[in-house]
Design a protein around this ligand. Structure first.
Ligand SMILES: Nc1nc2c(ncn2[C@@H]2O[C@H](COP(=O)(O)OP(=O)(O)OP(=O)(O)O)[C@@H](O)[C@H]2O)c(=O)[nH]1
Ligand SMILES: [Mg+2]
Length: 234
């Protein structure tokens, strides 16, 4: 099974310099950096370091994934934030768990043995509350349904309609934002009763740069999405 490491970046030069050298060449068959228009030299650094690098045409986190998908050559994708929040040494463990036959494996920040040093009170509460709601509404058993750091079979992205604007349009219009794909990926995987595993993985603090997460808009949009999805997309 071939693996693509998908690395979204937006002004993450400090994190990239610190984290990417820790990713061993043998761990992924393809490393694809998708840059959201950094002004700090992140894309230039990625190219010079030899990583295949795309620059997004449309703004927003989910477009980073949508525009990258045509270039993905792996049978599975690992989405990886190079801002210090994802421990690269977990990549082989994530792959091992995927090889057990799962459709998706999440590196859970809230599984026992893990923990987040990057959360503040609001994100700690919000991530847990939204995960709890997803579990309740969709009969899932996630301990972390929102995290970026996860592996999934490449074909899921289109199969779950995550590549379609209409999957996100209502919440994005209502809250004037562009969301990420993770909550919907978790929900639709549960709806389809796909095999989802988790491994515990701590979330260290971000290195340099600053958070792009729009906490209140995304929190509200995700809350709406989680409930809305109960009545749409069968
Ligand atoms: N390509 C691309 N990358 C993005 C975009 N927004 C954020 N990123 C990157 O995606 C990764 C995760 O974003 P973060 O801002 O760390 O979001 P987060 O991890 O939810 O928030 P914190 O960890 O609390 O800072 C980081 O490497 C960001 O630079 C975007 O619009 N396009
Ligand atoms: Mg982060």
């Amino acid at each position: 099974m071939k693996t693509t490491l998908l690395v979204p970046t937006l002004n993450e030069i400090a994190g990239m310099r610190a984290v990417m050298p820790r990713v061993q060449p043998g761990w992924a068959d393809q490393i694809l950096v998708v840059d959201g228009g950094s002004r700090d030299g992140t894309a230039e650094y990625a190219r010079e370091a030899g990583y295949q690098t795309l620059v997004q045409q449309r703004k927003g986190m989910r477009y980073a994934y949508i525009e990258a998908m045509p270039y993905v050559t792996g049978d599975s994708v690992i989405t990886f934030s190079p801002d210090g929040n994802c421990i690269p040494e977990l990549i082989p463990l994530l792959q091992e768990e995927m090889r057990n036959g799962h459709d998706m494996v999440i590196v859970s920040r809230y599984a026992s043995g893990a923990g987040s040093e990057d959360d503040d009170l609001l994100t700690a509460f919000g991530n847990r509350a939204l995960t709890w709601l997803i579990n309740g509404l969709y009969g899932a058993r996630y301990t972390d349904a929102l995290g970026i750091y996860r592996a999934w079979r490449t074909e899921l992205f289109a199969a779950l309609d995550l590549d379609k604007d209409k999957s996100y349009r209502r919440e994005e219009r209502l809250f004037r934002t562009t969301v990420g794909v993770e909550p919907l990926l978790s929900i639709r995987a549960a709806k389809r009763k796909l095999s989802c595993g988790e491994i515990p993985g701590a979330e260290p603090k971000r290195i340099g740069g600053h958070r792009k997460l729009q906490m209140f808009r995304w929190g509200a949009a995700y809350l709406y999405e989680i409930v809305r999805e109960r009545f749409t997309w069968k």
